[in-house]
Write a protein that binds this ligand. Sequence first.
Ligand SMILES: [Mn+2]
Length: 429
Amino acid sequence: MKYLPIDQKLYQKNRERFIKAMKPNSIAIFNASPVVAENGDAVYAYKANSNVTWLSGIVQEQTMVILYPDNKDQSAREVLVVQRPDELLEKWNGHLLRKDEATAISGIQNVQYVDSIDAMLQVWMHHAEYVYLDTNENDRRGDVLRTDLLFVDKIMKRYPLHKYERAAVIMKELRAIKTREEIDITQKAVDITHQAFLRVMRVIRPGIMEYELEAEITHEFLSNRATRHAYGCILASGDRARTLHYVDNNQECKDGELILMDFGAEYGNYCADLSRTIPVNGKFSKRQAEIYNACLNVHLYCASILKPKINYADYINKVNLEMEKQLMKIGLISKADIKNQDPENPAYRKYFYHGIGHHLGLDVHDLGTRNEPVKEGMLFTIEPGIYIEEEQVGVRIENNYWLTKNGNIDLFKGIPMTVQEIERYMKRK
Ligand SMILES: [Mn+2]
């Protein structure tokens, strides 16, 4: 890992929160994701199961976290399971965690090797009444590789008469609320991302290629101990900005165009998520500034109302009304368009065709419900966008907000955001 050691308290606190939500005499079992083959013997970059990371901080394949708070064997109430170090494997792939190293990261005292866990697990299973198993209950996608189901299948076949529970239900509640410790790490991811944005503003000029900007961002990320990009970064100049997940980044940034950039660092396994739209030549045209300000107004409006207790569905409705207002102001839709609109496909949808934001955390689209009152501790992106086919332009402005008791904190506080701030910074280069 490139990041500096993280205080194990973060993971201890998370485990305490999960344990509190468990039924009496229950055991919970979590598995890290397997390494996924790419082609031949090459593999994809490894990202462990986020629940395992959230509970232990360990990012190594074959890791398990087993929680059994009522275990009569007190020493086995929290157990971390890791791969047994293997000299030959380490010659190829590098260091594997030793037991004391795994304890230092996670704060879990009892560390066992995965090849010896079955016998112990059997005893604990025989004592436990309820069993929490971890399945991927992502609302957005169901077609991902589901190795979690193999483990569920194995355990349920072996212990068919236990009462099974879904860990995902608890995780969805808990992971949506970020602790101060988690925000401290996220803030580092945000700060690195913030610096990368300033760097892009210093180097961008007409004629530069989108991938050259990607290289600048990547250099800034890795030099500051980010593990990697939190997601495929988007550098979309001109009309390409209307493609929401444009990641080719292989075209020239031309004089007079706006470039839409969406990127974020992953630091200590936590993600930042920033979108910015700036003029390639350092100066917004009058029309570009109009569109930009309309988008900024929606963003600022969102930030002013996204506070604990607002229902997320009400929030979205209010945001959409504000978007309508701003789109009318810049002449894109009319009162008549709104009056005659199909409620299933309202007029503003032509220019704003994605959600206003999402939970952010270990996953860039993090766990959490989006149809209940929002709560203190949640971390959301706010990212309105305006995309205009007729004018071949796209604008998106995105920051990350941590909800406090009575309001929110913008983790990107101080970053150039207005037309004036951006132009002033770009002039300075
Ligand atoms: Mn986002």
